[in-house]
Design a protein. Structure first.
Ligand SMILES: C[S@@+](CC[C@H](N)C(=O)[O-])C[C@H]1O[C@@H](n2cnc3c(N)ncnc32)[C@H](O)[C@@H]1O
Length: 333
């Protein structure tokens, strides 16, 4: 659906509008699942990653522990529980900030993380040292799509549930190698702005940000827009706000943005080896002890789903943006 006046709506505006409706009206977890919802061990080991990174940064006190797009608050709740158990000085130094635009999801997060302070954007998170976590946040931000046509380019718009292409100045199109007739080139301007703002902060105030999301290691051409409803792919244009719209994250492009702001970048690495290096399977085995055989098998199955290449272990990547010359970070050395 378009805005209703039959005018073409640029894809990023359509996607931003559709996702704003979607996240305010739906329980997104009926339509898809995410790593923290698959296993509590995911959030626990990300919490321990944050604790070790805090030590690496010189134990700043206070420090903001920020999560962007926290969903139900599961990752942060699991992370805080693990941190309280094993690193009480980090636990005492941290202040939790959640960047979330959906009132519905803020309410769910308040149940699990009542001590948090909420923000519409990173801009209002207090300045100072920061550890930021973002799992499947960047993939929900709206993309633009350009199509190679002859010697020039068009941009994709939406009108009455259909695609239209309008001519666009080549200067708007990000440079990509080997774009041939019909190739689609994507750019995620809000993701670039977000990573750029994070990079400026960690350069100025010290800090580190961990991005976990799905996408290729190198910038690629192709249409990666997808819509999920009830865990099934649907037409992204059918009804704005009725499905979750996401697109692949271009890690190489975002790494270049962060480096351009003076920050260091570690990774991206595949999620499977990252989680395995942080002890996913050992921690899951410990958690399984004393459980029924069926419960233990379900825990191990969940861990495999997060780490196996054919499941989430390869397509999902992990990348950190940190202060210049920051020491090696766990799992990303
Ligand atoms: C795919 S969900 C991921 C949830 C969670 N990180 C997880 O792993 O379960 C995307 C999250 O980003 C939030 N979000 C989407 N666009 C946003 C924006 N522009 N600013 C802040 N949060 C946003 C959604 O409301 C939701 O919490």
């Amino acid at each position: 659906m378009t805005v209703g006046d039959g005018q073409p709506e640029r894809l990023d505006r359509f996607m931003g509008r559709a996702n704003a409706i979607y996240y305010s009206m739906h329980d997104p977890f009926a339509d898809f699942t995410t790593s923290p919802e698959i296993s509590q061990v995911f959030g626990e080991i990300i919490g321990l990653w944050a604790a070790v990174s805090w030590q690496v940064l010189g134990r700043p006190d206070p420090v903001s522990l920020v999560e962007a797009g926290p969903g139900r608050g599961t990752l942060m709740a699991d992370a805080l529980r693990a941190v309280r158990r094993v690193m009480s000085d980090f636990s005492a130094a941290l202040q939790v900030h959640l960047v979330e635009t959906s009132p519905r999801l803020r309410a769910a997060q308040a149940v699990r993380v009542p001590e948090a302070t909420w923000h519409d954007s990173l801009a209002s998170v207090p300045t100072g040292p920061m550890i930021l976590l973002a799992n499947e946040f960047l993939d929900a931000l709206p993309i633009r799509q350009f199509v190679r046509r002859g010697a020039g380019w068009t941009e994709r718009f939406v009108v009455d549930g259909e695609w239209v292409e309008l001519a666009v100045d080549a200067a708007e199109v990000p440079p990509r190698r080997a774009a041939s007739e019909g190739d689609v080139v994507e750019v995620n301007e809000p993701a670039r702005a977000f990573v750029g703002a994070v990079a400026e902060r960690v350069v100025r105030d010290a800090g580190v940000a961990l991005f976990l999301d799905y996408g290729p290691e190198r910038s690629a051409v192709g249409d990666s827009l997808q819509a999920l409803a009830r865990k099934r792919p649907v037409d992204p244009l059918v009804q704005a706000g009725s499905a979750d719209l996401t697109a692949h994250v271009d890690f190489a492009d975002l790494a270049a943005v962060a480096r351009g702001a003076g920050a260091d970048v570690r990774g991206p690495v595949a999620q499977g080896p990252f989680l395995a290096a942080l002890g996913l399977f050992q921690r899951t085995e410990r958690l399984a002890q004393g459980r029924t055989a069926a419960e233990a098998a379900a825990l191990m199955e969940a861990a495999r789903r997060l780490a196996e290449p054919a499941a989430m272990g390869h397509l999902f990547k992990v990348m950190a943006v940190c202060s210049p010359s920051c020491p090696p970070l766990p799992g990303l050395a």
